[in-house]
Design a protein around this ligand. Structure first.
Ligand code: ASP
Ligand code: CP
Length: 531
């Protein structure tokens, strides 16, 4: 039995970025070493766990052939105990939550790795938290969770095998890639994972070829630009081929019919036509072009038709075989088996600076508006600049929400007043309140960023704090993720605490944006609330 204390032991891979770039490069290097060793009959002992107490659970709640089978074979190669969990006949049908099911399976072996495919987006991130806490409470090793495709969010292990395949084609040169992504970029999770996975190349040009209804969600296109990629968009293969700037690497994706709403589904034949390759297009491809596809392809209407199978263009068969090598290497990393020879930048630790309270200068005197009824506040707290600049109606809504959320059932007054910019703001006066607890302060900052909190003593403002958007908004009953496929969405009854991470500030071009910690759906600030 091998020792397993590598630096990636217990690492969850819910999204591509759960491995740093250098860690991804390490994965590709190790998968390459393994592939060469096995194919040349060499020694692959480095990749043997040979321990029946290390379990790999395959939990597939959505259909799969190659992801499930390559993981199953990978676990077998490693010599781990392999369990293919039959989700279709399990107690999920008795409304069991995924957390309860996994907690129980975790009890069956010393150490475990769960490979999970689910319609619920963000499931691995949620389990990393809940099972991690559970493991800590019983003093046991934290299990690793590997996302084998979650709804239309991400498919990180597909991404790793894709990048491994592109690097192979380019002779391991990572200076530059020019790639076309075509097909269903809207629902296709493999396309979404490209926004981070392609960073392994130092210079990236991505051509997005899809009709508008199947276009890459703006959030991912923006992420590509933020990552420094050059991004171009075309509506059809015909338009793309006429552009004269055609990539030598093409990545096809299947139309994800099972995820489409009715209105898109009925247009599927027309949409498919725009992204289906034809014989007459062959002559328009650059020299040495190669096609890839995560597979499966639709046997009735493949976008990369079978006349291509025998041509040197076919990169997808070798690509799918690479799933085996990259998944062996990934489990080997997550089990702690390999990794001691890793050098480079590790993944950055998550940290959230609670930077939402800033002390501000006070003018001393109490403003005219700081009143309760007709009487100026002598002692207490006044919350000022609430929703400054918003409509009068929105400000009244916020005043009401703040009083309800902070349970301000005390004597006081509130109202809408002019601000000094010619528009309006809200004020709440609380003469009986002398301090705010940290949690209430955070709640106030979360619901009314930009407001000030004034402590009044003997008619004077003795302290003033300006509150800004907290970096993280979580644990409030009044927030929820609006993606109904998210593991944290209330309707899924998985008991996962809602958590939003600040992506951009109020003053930034698109306004304040938050992303759900689990499914990463982007929300405008006002959309996180259920008020
Ligand atoms: N098999 C891949 C996935 O599950 C691609 C596809 O099904 O189209 O995401
Ligand atoms: N590429 C891929 O994920 O295939 P399966 O759906 O067959 O697992």
């Amino acid at each position: 039995m091998s020792s397993r204390n590598g630096p990636f032991k217990g690492r969850t891979v819910a999204v591509v970025n759960d491995l740093s770039l250098d860690e991804q490069r390490y994965l590709y290097r190790k998968a390459g070493e393994l592939k060469r060793a096995v194919l040349s009959g060499g020694d692959a002992a480095e990749f043997k766990i040979d321990d029946n107490d290390y379990s790999v659970y395959l939990i597939f709640m959505e259909d799969s052939t190659r992801t499930r089978e390559s993981f199953r074979n990978a676990a077998k190669f490693l010599g781990a105990r392999t369990n293919v969990f039959d989700a279709a006949t399990s107690s999920f049908n008795k409304n069991e939550s995924i957390t309860d099911a996994v907690k129980m399976l975790y009890g069956y072996s010393d150490e475990s790795c769960f490979v999970i495919r689910s319609k619920l987006e963000g499931v691995c991130r949620a389990l990393e938290g809940s099972l991690g806490r559970y493991a800590d409470s019983c003093g046991r090793a934290r299990p690793a969770f590997i996302n084998a495709g979650d709804g239309k969010h991400e498919h990180p292990t597909q991404e790793f095998l894709d990048e491994f395949s592109f690097l192979e084609q380019l002779g391991q040169r990572d200076e530059r890639i020019h790639i076309a992504l075509t097909g269903d970029l809207y629902h296709g999770r493999t396309a979404h994972s490209k926004a981070d996975g392609l960073r392994v190349f130092r210079e990236v040009t991505v051509d997005l070829v899809a009709p508008e209804l199947l276009g890459l969600p703006p959030q991912y296109a923006q992420r590509m630009r933020d990552n420094g990629f050059e991004v171009r968009a075309y509506e059809s293969l015909d338009e793309y081929l006429a552009s004269g700037k055609v990539a030598p690497i093409w990545y096809f994706t299947r139309l994800q019919l099972e995820r489409m709403g009715e209105s898109v589904l009925e247009k599927a034949p027309l949409l498919r036509k725009a992204v289906t390759f034809r014989k007459d297009m062959l002559g328009l491809l650059p020299e040495g072009a190669r096609f890839y596809h995560p597979l499966p392809r639709d046997r009735l209407a493949p976008t990369n038709p079978t006349f291509l199978d025998e041509l040197p263009l076919n990169g997808w068969d070798g690509q799918s075989a690479n799933g085996y090598w990259t998944r062996i290497a990934l489990i080997a990393m997550a089990s702690g088996l390999i990794g001691s020879d890793f050098q480079g930048e590790p993944r950055a630790e998550e940290s959230f600076e609670d930077d939402f309270v800033h002390e501000a200068a006070t003018a001393g005197r109490v403003k005219q508006e700081y009143k309760v009824g007709i009487k100026p506040v002598e002692e207490g707290i006044v919350i000022d600049h609430i929703s400054s600049g918003e409509s009068i109606e929105a400000i009244w809504g916020h005043l009401d929400a703040i009083r309800r959320m902070l349970k301000l059932d005390v004597r006081g007054g509130h109202g809408v007043f002019h601000n000094n910019k010619g528009s309006y703001k809200g004020i709440i006066s609380l003469p009986d309140v002398t301090s705010f607890g940290g949690r209430d302060l955070k709640k106030l900052a979360a619901i009314a960023p930009g407001c000030t909190l004034n402590l009044v003593h003997e008619h004077r403002v003795v302290k003033k704090y300006r509150l800004s958007m907290p970096p993280r908004i979580y644990g409030f009953d009044e927030i929820s993720c609006k993606n109904e496929n998210c593991i944290s969405a209330p309707k899924n009854l998985e008991g996962v605490m809602t958590e939003f991470l600040r992506e951009s500030e109020a003053g930034s071009p698109g306004g304040a944006k938050f992303i759900c910690r689990y499914c990463e759906r982007e929300h405008a600030f006002k959309d996180i609330w259920d008020l």
